[in-house]
Design a protein around this ligand. Structure first.
Ligand code: ZN
Length: 583
């Protein structure tokens, strides 16, 4: 048995997934829970313990235990394998057939970031770091804060880091993959970050995986330069400062979202630990899911968005918020007066003032309503309609119908809409939210095909019989699941092992979903009588179908005056009826 199979058979998928999802037993070999890959209120995420896979009937994700860990932890296949083996105390084969190249590369890249960090920090303390130190002093960053956040300085020269890597014998290809070294068209390398204030970016475990660099000369563009995506840095998964903030996020049961490195640093230094920064890129669903996971299942998912008060900041806020709502976060907006960003605000007005603004932060919908009220005259009915119309898309994003209608009522009252037609249509529009485009029309398997599929996977004797009986039956070619049947027929003919996994691996995605559905809707052991009945039902439907076809052809022949043909077909129809009776 190869190691992957061994691992999969020695861990219990429901235990592994149960660490991330609250699972409830929903059948002898099934568990259900709320899908960890999309936001839902009613469980459609299913785990099958015999066939060892999971599937969400709402968003469609599915896979085995390794894929689950890969997706949830953002790991490669090999890393997920290793993680599971370590977590469950299963010894990995020494000379694994699974190439360890990827984890070796990642280890080297992490080491290079450590080397870079050491260099940047030393630079900041040394003579070269003068400008950077002045900048930090001007922004009021205390020495202990500089230390706490590991701030540094990348030299002007442009080859310092490159030399360090060369001295330590990192191969050129690896240097490039680290994102810290660029390559000119003549093949020579150079340091990506030059004359910049450096902010190390950590993964959740606290390892440095990337850097952000702020320009120190006015003419240097861009103002902020970030590491490119590398094997250890996936931008869309990482939030700045999450590694330090996670304890506070859990304890305070909230998270403050700011835009920039300096904001996260300034707000933390003022004593608010539960702060993360999106750092220029617009917030992604994965980042939010990471926060939710770090916060834990008992967290109420309160997020306070504290972006810059300028127009781009507000637009970024609106964009992020739509996604936050879809992810089921409870969003509040914190507004700072005086045109100050969060870092400036903490320094100029002090922690108590920031605390006050934090407490005054408005529920997202009221903030949105205020914005809309400023744009429209709510003393006219057109104005009221326009305000409500602009609120509708956000209200419709709330997943929970009860909450949605409560928010709709509150908002109507807040905007000051008199009872009547307008408010009724607003309520109605809010209630009948459109379904997510993800949900496709469902293909329904016939009861008999579902049962036969299940039986073929469970039981070799039943399978042999079913294959023998059905191989030449035409009705099978009209099954929604015909390609699954054909795959099993082919495997059986070739004498290959037939298991859920083996069949699954040979199917297109749509058919994989059908297979999962068949197995998940299946009672445990299919009784032999039920198999016989299903076979009979298929045969019957086959006869039925051929009868219908013959009748149609007979009519057609009669209409065309081809009497001889019509007679022959009638004979066939009669023969069919006889053989059906003879069974
Ligand atoms: Zn899902």
């Amino acid at each position: 048995m190869d190691f992957v199979e061994q691992l999969k058979s020695s861990v219990r998928i429901e235990n592994v997934i149960g660490e991330y999802v609250r699972l409830r037993r929903s059948g002898p070999s099934r568990y259900m829970g709320l899908c960890p890959f999309h936001n839902e209120k009613k469980p459609s995420f299913t785990v099958h313990v015999v066939h060892q896979f999971y599937k969400c009937f709402s968003c469609g994700v599915s896979g085995d235990v390794i894929k689950f860990v890969q997706e949830k932890e953002g790991l490669s296949f090999f890393e997920a394998l290793k993680t599971l083996a370590e977590r469950y105390g299963i010894p990995m084969p020494k000379r694994s057939q699974y190439s360890d190249d990827e984890s070796r590369l990642k280890a080297a890249l992490l080491e290079m970031h450590e080397v870079a960090q050491e260099n940047f920090r030393a630079n900041l303390q040394g003579p070269a770091g003068e400008t950077a130190r002045q900048y930090l002093a001007k922004r009021g960053v205390a020495p202990e804060t500089i230390e706490h956040f590991g701030l540094g300085y990348a030299e002007r020269g442009g080859r310092a880091l490159l030399r360090l890597f060369e001295q330590r014998n990192f191969p050129a290809a690896q240097m490039e993959q680290s994102g810290l070294v660029g390559k000119r068209s003549d093949g020579s390398g150079y340091d990506r970050f030059r004359h910049r204030l450096m902010f190390p970016i950590h993964n959740e475990a606290g390892k440095i995986i990337a850097f952000g660099g702020r320009a120190l000369a006015a003419e240097d563009e861009p103002k902020y330069l970030n590491s490119p995506e590398t094997p250890i840095y996936k931008k869309s998964h990482v939030l700045y400062n999450l590694n330090r903030a996670k304890e506070a996020i859990r304890k305070e049961d909230r998270v403050i979202l700011v835009e920039g490195y300096m904001d996260a640093i300034g707000v933390t230094a003022a004593g608010f630990g539960a702060v993360v920064a999106s750092c220029g890129t617009s917030l992604t669903a994965q980042q939010v899911q990471t926060v939710k996971r770090v916060a834990g299942p008992d967290h109420s998912h309160r997020i306070i968005v504290n972006f810059d008060p300028d127009a781009p900041g507000m637009n970024a806020a609106e964009r992020s918020i739509n996604m936050l709502l879809e992810e089921g976060m409870r969003v509040r907006i914190m507004e700072l007066d005086g045109g100050l960003d969060p870092d400036e605000y903490c320094k100029e007005r002090g922690a108590a003032a920031y605390q006050q603004r934090l407490e005054d932060s408005k529920g997202y919908f009221y903030w949105l309503a205020d914005r809309a009220r400023k744009k429209h005259d709510i003393h006219t009915s057109e104005g009221v309609v326009a305000v409500l119309q602009s609120l509708l898309p956000a209200v419709q994003k709330i997943a929970d119908p009860l909450e949605r209608s409560a928010v709709a009522n509150d908002l109507a009252a807040y905007v000051g809409v008199p009872a009547g037609m307008v408010i009724e249509s607003f309520r109605k529009a809010a209630a009948t939210r459109q379904e997510k485009p993800l949900e496709r029309p469902k293909i329904v398997l016939r009861q008999d095909e579902r049962l036969l599929l299940g039986a073929m996977l469970e039981d070799a004797a039943a399978r042999a019989e079913i294959v023998r009986e059905l191989e030449s039956v035409e009705a099978v070619t009209r099954f929604a699941s015909r390609r699954i049947f054909q795959t099993i027929f082919a495997l059986e003919a070739a004498g290959d092992r037939i298991s859920f996994e083996n069949v699954h691996a040979r199917l297109e995605e749509a058919d994989q979903n059908l297979l999962a559905e068949a197995v998940l809707n299946q009672e445990e052991q299919v009784p032999i009588e039920a198999v016989a009945a299903a076979l009979e039902s298929v045969r019957h439907s086959d006869t039925q179908q051929r009868r219908e076809q013959l009748k149609a052809r007979i009519k057609e022949s009669e209409r065309a005056g081809r009497w001889e043909e019509a007679l022959r077909l009638m004979g066939e129809l009669e023969g069919l009826a006889q053989s059906a009776r003879g069974r």
